[in-house]
Design a protein around this ligand. Structure first.
Ligand SMILES: C[S@@+](CC[C@H](N)C(=O)[O-])C[C@H]1O[C@@H](n2cnc3c(N)ncnc32)[C@H](O)[C@@H]1O
Length: 212
């Protein structure tokens, strides 16, 4: 029986990646990229995972603002991966590692309790009812995130879709959830376009129930 858990939260984008992106990737991947089986990510420093970094604008700014934190950034979008690699180099960042792929197998490969925070900024909203099963935030994903968070760790979700907030609160039932001000989170590329279209962001912080 299909549980729906195997449905991907993204559509692989077609089209050629430009020569600048290909060259950046070839040059910088050995320095900043991490391939399966994702060894060596847990160093003893606080580890934060950002899922779906897009073009990486906010990722690079957050990494520069938090040099004491190791940032693991994952996306499936080749042009975005190349863009983030170039931002890391340009800003001289040494605390970012990039994964090109689906966040779910990455999370599965990480040790339990290894993450201080999981950031999901503007997940694809999949607004049509028949596509809702594609949403990244679903019960199996929430359980996986909960298992990989360290005690006291949190999921930080931002979305411009009110229906996604409702969806998140339903999926995260039993978690300690609060709507927060965006605080120090930099504006993301997607968020800038959403604002122009008149859609404001909601930020949600969620902590999983602690085992009793
Ligand atoms: C709407 S975009 C937002 C990008 C960025 N966070 C921003 O705010 O500008 C969502 C991103 O999530 C990525 N994504 C979706 N599902 C993913 C998954 N399972 N693993 C990794 N990345 C994923 C997509 O490729 C896309 O870049």
């Amino acid at each position: 029986m299909q549980s729906g858990d195997e449905i991907q939260s993204f559509k692989v984008r077609r089209g050629r990646t430009g020569p600048t992106s290909v060259a950046a990737r070839g040059r910088l991947w050995p320095r900043y990229g991490i391939d399966p089986p994702y060894d060596g990510l847990v160093t003893g420093r606080p580890l934060v995972l950002e899922i779906g970094f897009g073009m990486g604008e906010a990722t690079a700014l957050m990494a520069a603002a938090q040099p004491e934190v190791d940032l693991l950034a994952v996306d499936v979008h080749p042009a975005g991966v190349a863009a983030l690699l170039r931002r890391i180099e340009a800003a001289g960042l040494s605390n970012v590692r990039v994964v090109d792929g689906d966040a779910v197998p990455l999370l599965q490969a990480l040790p339990a309790g290894s993450l201080r925070e999981v950031r999901v900024f503007f997940p694809d909203p999949w607004p049509k009812a028949r596509h809702a099963k594609r949403r990244l935030l679903r019960p199996s994903f929430a359980a996986l995130v909960a298992s990989r968070l360290a005690p006291g760790g949190c999921l930080h979700l931002a979305t411009d879709w009110p229906a996604y907030v409702e969806h998140a609160l339903a999926v995260l039932e039993g978690w300690d959830t609060e709507v927060v001000a965006r605080g120090g989170r930099p504006l993301t590329g997607y968020e800038r376009r959403a604002r122009t279209a008149g859609r404001a962001a909601t930020d949600l912080l969620a902590r999983p129930p602690q085992p009793s």
